[in-house]
Each structure stands twice: as C-alpha cells, then as structure tokens.
Write a protein that binds this ligand. Structure first.
Ligand code: NOJ
Ligand code: NOJ
Length: 533
C-alpha cells in the first residue's frame, strides 16, 4: 500500500513540475523576447547609443562592461529573429533584420586590431556599439560566420526578391565571410569564451554548417561554391577536438555546437553524434537536474552556472527527443550510457522502441525546471546565477541569455528549426572510430590518444585527444573523420599510442613500444578494444 501511494505521489510530483515549467515558459517567453529587442539599436529601450541593427551584449556598464557588440552574440540573437520571421511566427521583424544586415555589412569594412577586410579583420570578435573598432586588448579570433544571412537569402529568393536583387544586396557580404572562413577555419585561435588559445568545437561546427549552407546558396544564385564544399568536408572531421589551453575539454560549447547545427531532417547524423559527445563532456551525467556552467575550471565572476548553458543542455535534449520521437526509438550507446543511468541504473546499451519505458526516461530530465527556479520574479536573465543561492550575477539582461531562452522554449514545444541541408553530402563520407582502452588510473591522471595521422594529431602529445572515463576503467573516444583522410591510401597501416598525463605532464608516461597498429578498414563505423600496455 505504501509503495502504491509513494509512486502515485511521485507521478503527481512529476506532473506538477511539468505544469510549473509550462507556466514559467508562458510567462518568460514574452519577457525574453522583449528583453532581446530592448538590446538592439537604435530603438531598443536599453541600447542607447547603439547604431541601428547593432546588438549590445548587455546594458551592464561595469563589472562587467558589456556595452559592446560581439559578432557571435549578435549572430545568435539574429538567428532567433530570422527563424521567427522566415517561419512566419513574427512577420514584423523584417525591418530589424535589414538593419542588422546593414550594420554587419558595415562592420566587415572596419579596420580593426585583427586587420583590414583582406588581412584578417573579418575575424574580429567585438566592436564598439557605434560601429567603430574596439582597440583594447582581447582574446581575438575567431568569430563564427554570420551564416544566418543564408537563410534570409533563401527566404527572399522564395518570396519577394529576384536572384539579381539577392546577388546585389546580400551575396557580397555573405561571400566575404564564406571566403574568409574557407581560408582560415583550421587556424587555431581563441576558444568560444575568448580566454585561452585553443580550437573550439562550437566555432568549427558552425563554420562547417555555414560552408555547407553557403555552397547551397551559391548554387541557387548561379555562383561557384566548390571551395566551400571542399573545406566543409575537411572541417567535418576536425570538429571532434575540443581540448587545449590546459582545459579538460568538458565544455558547454559542445551542447551549443549541437543545438546550433541541429538539422531535424538529418536526424541522428548531426545531432546524435554531438549529443553523444556532449552528454559525456559537459560533466552533467551524474545528476538529473543541474545548473550548468561553461566548463569545470571556470573562475570568471566566480565561475557560476550560466543561464545560456543550462538552456543549451535542455535544448539539446529536446532536439534529441524530437529525433527519437520521429524515428520511434532511441539508442543507448556506450558513451551515452552514463546519461541514461542517472534515471535508471539498470539501463543497458541497445535500441529501445517507443513502447519501452527506457524510451521515456529522458523526459525526466529537469534542466528547464532549474532554469525556471533561478530566474528572478521579474524574468530578467543575467549571464550567471550564484552556485550557492541562485542570485543572478554578472551582466544583467544578457541578450544571448534571452536568445537561448527563446530557442529552448521553441524546442520544448517541438518546433524544430528548418533543415540546413546536413543530410547526405559529406556525412556519407565520414567514418566513426571508437577507441576503447582499459587503463587503471589514479586521481589526477587522464588517458589521451595520439598517432601517425592528422586525425590522431600526428604524434603530438601536446595535442593528443583526451579520452572519456565514463565507463572506467575503460577510457573511450570517438572520432569522426573523412574517409579519404583516414584511409588514404586505402587500407593504410596506422600507428597509435595511448598516453597518460598527470597535470599536463606526459614525459615518459606513454605506453611502452612498439606502437599499436591497425589497418583501417574500408567501411565504418568500427571499434578498437585495447588494453593499456
Ligand atoms: C563572455 C563570453 O565568454 C563570450 O563568449 C561572450 O561573447 C561575451 N561574454 C559577451 O556576451
Ligand atoms: C613519437 C612517439 O612519442 C613515440 O611513442 C612513437 O613510438 C614514435 N613517435 C613514432 O614511431
């Protein structure tokens, strides 16, 4: 009897929690939209001094001073606006979009500390809100491209404009960014958070997307997009790396990469690979409802949870639910196992149909409840909230936080973004390889992988790929890479070694000789099971 009562209670509990999220979303959605528009010049109520179409990061003037315009933040904000406009959800936004394009097109021309328009200036991450260069010191390069122009261009082509109008108005700016990305995507620069020299999973993933979309748009406009396709293919195998700068590689930027490259028509082939990474790299696997920060080593303004990171993790799960619902089943992989076991410790690797209880486990995730709980009564979304008492911290009214709320709310309603053409194409040319090695470690030790090919970082212990200990003592890593790079010449003999690092030190800590060897098969995916030697 008690048991029955208990489970009845917990079902009620779940239902209650759902409806509290429903009412949070109903209340917060208009606040987030208004908060976002308030930060766009020149008419936004909190963006005095900003030129038309310029997005301020936040009205906060001190601690931190965010009254600048970041190209990345602005692009993510206008991604929401353009999606709302092109989907017909809000037809009043065209003027804002035109202002934004005028403003960004002007910023491309502004010489800045990264260079001129032809010498690297297109990579500048941030400008003054009057549209002039920001000349202070900064972790520069790389901003992600403004790939969302493409979506607008496609809409215009379908609805109001001729090819030659789009060629005259939008294409020159889009082409500048695409050519810049084509030439520079594989340079290392700063991480997403502009703090350490590193590459960024997010940046490379959205660059890949922009090249793919750009190539398609070029085709529609009768232009040559061959170079974009070629570099998009190259970028795809590269987006697995996310370490650097002495960081663990657990980083919310994998969740951000996943949601901003989600393509519902490609199903598993886009979202699920990165979801598999993310669910195991953001460090969230052990807890069902956690406030999520940027990365474990974060100390910026106390290194607290961020609203946009918590929203991104929630959104990624809604995207996954969308795909799983559409296909009527879900897969539990060795890497996502820990994620599922937080809900039910008996889950095993396998495929679960929608009729099974396992299929419904992810619905128990409560990230949005956490977001709701720490949103203050007036609905204002700052950058962070205090890890101890939930008080909003750092920049107030952060535009990106509002944009992140709007996209997670849309995903929760099952509104998938429009396809960007991820299906087919280079995806088909990609092989996934899982490296599993059984290695006992002590606290502070981690296992990495390097080897004789580009995809394995060419015997560079510094850049070796960090493996994941979720299934300790097995350390695992999954690589996606272009088949031609992996197997060229076909059935190549590849050598690799696992290495151990302790506080970044690896001298003398690799496996003993000889190197491990594998002859790459012609088709994937494939799995290597090794024991540390
Ligand atoms: C700090 C974040 O790390 C960076 O990614 C962002 O662009 C700026 N804040 C502005 O919001
Ligand atoms: C250097 C590596 O550190 C070593 O372990 C390996 O055996 C050789 N390169 C490649 O043969």
């Amino acid at each position: 009897m008690r048991v029955v009562l208990f489970s009845a209670l917990s079902i009620c509990g779940a239902a209650l929690a759902q409806s509290s999220v429903d009412s949070y979303v109903a209340k917060e959605l208009p606040i987030a939209k208004a908060g976002l528009l308030a930060n766009i010049g020149s008419t936004g109520s909190k963006s005095q001094g900003a030129k038309a179409g310029i997005v301020i990061a936040s009205p906060s003037k001190v601690d931190p001073d965010y009254v600048f315009t970041w190209v990345r933040d602005s692009s993510l904000v206008f991604k929401v606006i353009i999606d709302q406009f092109t989907s017909g959800e809000d037809t009043t936004l065209l003027g804002q979009i035109q202002n934004f394009i005028t403003a960004e097109t002007a910023l491309q021309q502004v010489s800045n500390p990264s260079g001129t328009i032809s010498t690297g200036g297109l990579g500048e991450p941030k400008f003054e809100i009057d549209g002039t260069a920001f000349t202070g010191s900064w972790g520069r390069w790389p901003r992600p491209p403004i790939h969302l122009h493409d979506r607008l261009a496609n809409w215009l082509l379908k609805n109001t404009s001729t090819t030659s109008e789009v060629l005259d108005t939008l294409w020159p700016a889009i082409k500048l960014d695409l050519d810049y990305v084509t030439a520079s995507w594989n340079q290392t620069g700063f991480d997403l958070w502009e703090e350490v020299q590193s590459s960024s999973f997010f940046t490379t993933a959205v660059q890949h997307r922009s090249l793919r979309e750009g190539a398609a748009l070029a085709g529609a406009l009768g232009q040559d997009g061959g170079a974009y396709t070629e570099q998009a293919d190259n970028a795809l195998w590269y987006i697995t790396a996310n370490t650097g700068g002495g960081r663990s590689g657990k980083d919310a930027n994998t969740a951000l990469a996943s949601i901003h490259t989600f393509d519902p028509e490609a199903g598993c082939s886009t979202l699920i690979p990165s979801a598999r990474f993310t669910l195991s790299t953001t460090g969230i696997a052990a807890n069902a409802a956690v406030a999520t920060g940027r990365y474990p080593e974060d100390v910026y303004f106390g290194g607290n949870p961020w609203y946009l990171a918590t929203a991104a993790v929630a959104e990624q799960l809604y995207d996954a639910l969308f795909v799983w619902n559409a296909q009527g089943s879900l897969e539990v992989t060795p890497i996502s196992l820990a994620f599922f076991r937080q809900f039910d410790s008996n889950v095993a690797v396998g495929t679960y149909a929608s009729s099974t209880p396992t299929f419904h486990l992810p619905h128990r995730s409560r990230f949005l409840e956490v977001h709701a709980k720490y949103t203050p009564a007036d609905g204002g979304l700052a950058e962070q909230f205090d890890r101890n008492n939930g008080t909003p911290l750092s920049a107030v009214d952060q535009t990106w936080s509002y944009a992140a709320a709007l996209t997670v709310f849309a995903a929760r309603e099952g509104k998938a973004p429009a396809s960007w053409g991820a299906k087919g194409g280079p995806q088909g040319a990609v092989v996934s390889t899982t490296f599993n090695v059984v290695a006992e470690t002590v606290l502070g030790e981690d296992i990495y992988l390097t080897g004789s090919v580009d995809a394995l970082m060419n015997w560079s212990p510094e850049n070796a790929l960090k493996l994941n200990p979720d299934n300790y003592p097995t350390w695992s890593g999954e690589l996606y890479h272009k088949r031609s790079l992996w197997t060229s010449p076909a059935s190549a003999l590849i050598e690799y070694k696992y290495i151990r690092k302790v506080n970044g030190q690896f001298e003398g800590l690799g496996e003993s000789d000889p190197n491990n060897q594998v002859t790459t098969p012609a088709t994937g995916p494939f799995v290597l099971n090794d024991n540390w030697r």
